[in-house]
Structures are given as structure tokens and as C-alpha cells.
Design a binder for this molecule. Structure first.
Ligand code: ADP
Ligand code: ADP
Length: 227
């Protein structure tokens, strides 16, 4: 689903944020991406989203080389990608339903389709009965689930999450992880950027570790800690 082939990113100020990073993420796999602040996690996600472009190397999404994509391809690319943010970036001047519907409205779906898909997504995250509330009325964990429903409402094959459990306690983090695992089980490639090592340690998923822009580890969590 995603392939990085010797990808380097140097920002205009000369900062090397990524150096010759290579890995492949297949469909149906959940992968953690970790590393200290400044290691290059956000840059890696931005290359997948085409918010930034690589200086060297190639990024493939769904077997398509993004180097061959112009700006007019970006909307089509982003339709394949669901993005979950730490602060979930919900709009507090509209309902839960309207927040989740946003990507479908932008993509030009019909009203009937929007209603059906939004309710299916809210059902998946267990929030169907809250569709008419303003998200400000919801708990932090519920708000994050609204953010996840919005990310998956158009059934993207790829789900990216940037510190999705950053503001949540362990029990709520587990709920969110259960959802991500459900999506992986039905074939979605899920990439979770986090520096929450206790979260990573609780699951036995593939782990990519960046240090100063280099991929220093690619394997399961047990390998890394020698257990
Ligand atoms: P992380 O998400 O792991 O904290 P980032 O990808 O945000 O890491 O940053 C990697 C490195 O690149 C850091 O040193 C950061 O300061 C630098 N960086 C990130 N964005 C830019 C930018 N737009 N211009 C210059 N340097 C940047
Ligand atoms: P995040 O945690 O999302 O990476 P940051 O605070 O690191 O947020 O960065 C916020 C914005 O500033 C991002 O768009 C990032 O690319 C940019 N940025 C980060 N570091 C630098 C830097 N050293 N110089 C210029 N821009 C940077």
C-alpha cells in the first residue's frame, strides 16, 4: 500500500529530516512509527500526504509513484488516505454528523449516500446515538472516535494517525487501538506515529523507529527490547 524507496528529505534551511528511508507497508497491517521529537515522523507522514515532497528517492502510494504526481493529483491521493490527528481537529460550530460528513461533501457525494455512510462510520466507532450533538459535549475519547469516523467515512485503504492517543488515558487509548486493529483486519494499511512507548509495548505490532531521520529499526516490538 505504501512503499518508500531510499527517501531523503532536506528542508530549504538545510535540515536533513529523512535520510535514505526504505520500507513497505502492506494492506491489512498495523504499524507503529516511533522516534524522539524531531526524528522525522511528521515529515514522513507529510511525504505520504504530499504536503512535502522528497528531495531524493521515491514514495509509492497504492503502487503509484508520487514523483509523477502534480498538485492536481493531490485531492485524488488524499481521498485514499484517512488522517487522524492528536487534537482531532473537529469543528465545534457543527454537529458530530456534519463533522464526519465533511470529507464526503468535499468529494461530492449525494445526500442519501452521505447519510448512509456517515451513520455506518458512526456506528463503527459506537457513536450513532450522538450524531446530533455538538462535539464539544463529548468526552476526549469520544471526540477522538469522531475524528476516526471522519477519517474512515469514505473507506480509504490507508489510515494515518499522528499521536492519536496523546491526550488519552490508557483505557481510552486501548479503545482507540481496538478500532485501528479492526480496520487493519478488514484490509486497511494503518500507520500510527507515536512516541508513547507504553502504548507500543502493549501490542505486538510491527514497529518502525526513526532516529535523526534514519530508519534504525524495522521489526516487531519484542525484537527491539530483546525479549
Ligand atoms: P517529528 O515529527 O519526529 O518530531 P519532524 O518530521 O517534525 O519530526 O522534524 C524532523 C526534523 O526536521 C526536525 O529537526 C525539524 O525541526 C525539522 N523540520 C520539520 N519541518 C521543517 C521545515 N518545514 N523546515 C525546516 N525544518 C523542518
Ligand atoms: P508537529 O509536532 O506537528 O511536527 P511542529 O511544532 O514540529 O509540529 O511543527 C509545526 C510546523 O512547523 C510544521 O509544519 C513543521 O513542518 C514546521 N517546522 C517544524 N520545525 C521547523 C523548523 N525547524 N523550521 C521551519 N519549520 C519547521
Amino acid at each position: 500500500m505504501i512503499q518508500f524507496d531510499r527517501v531523503s528529505k532536506r528542508y530549504p534551511n538545510g535540515k536533513d529530516a529523512l535520510s535514505k528511508v526504505s520500507f513497505t507497508l502492506p494492506a491489512g497491517q498495523l504499524t507503529f512509527l516511533t522516534g524522539h521529537s524531531g526524528a522525522g515522523k511528521s515529515t514522513l507522514l507529510k511525504l505520504i500526504m504530499m504536503i512535502e515532497r522528497p528531495t531524493q528517492g521515491q514514495v509509492f502510494v497504492d503502487n503509484q509513484n508520487l514523483n509523477g504526481f502534480g498538485n492536481r493529483h493531490i485531492p485524488l491521493l488524499r481521498r485514499k488516505i484517512g488522517m487522524v490527528h492528536q487534537n482531532h481537529q473537529l469543528l465545534f460550530d457543527r454537529s458530530v454528523f456534519e463533522n464526519v460528513a465533511l470529507p464526503l461533501i468535499i468529494a461530492g457525494y449525494s445526500r442519501a449516500d452521505i447519510g448512509k455512510r456517515v451513520r455506518a462510520a458512526l456506528d463503527k466507532v459506537g457513536l450513532l446515538e450522538k450524531e446530533n450533538l455538538n462535539p464539544i459535549m463529548l468526552s476526549g475519547g469520544e471526540q477522538q472516535r469522531v475524528g476516526i469516523a471522519r477519517a474512515v467515512v469514505n473507506k480509504p485503504p490507508l489510515l494515518l494517525a499522528d499521536e492519536p492517543t496523546g491526550n488519552l488515558d490508557p483505557a481510552l487509548s486501548e479503545e482507540i487501538m481496538d478500532l485501528f486493529q479492526d480496520f487493519a483486519r478488514v484490509g486497511v494499511a494503518v500507520l500510527i506515529a507515536t512516541h508513547d512507548l507504553s502504548l507500543i509495548a502493549r501490542y505486538n505490532h510491527r514497529l518502525l523507529t526513526l532516529r535523526e531521520g534514519r530508519l534504525i529499526h524495522d521489526g516487531d516490538e519484542g525484537e527491539m527490547h530483546g525479549s
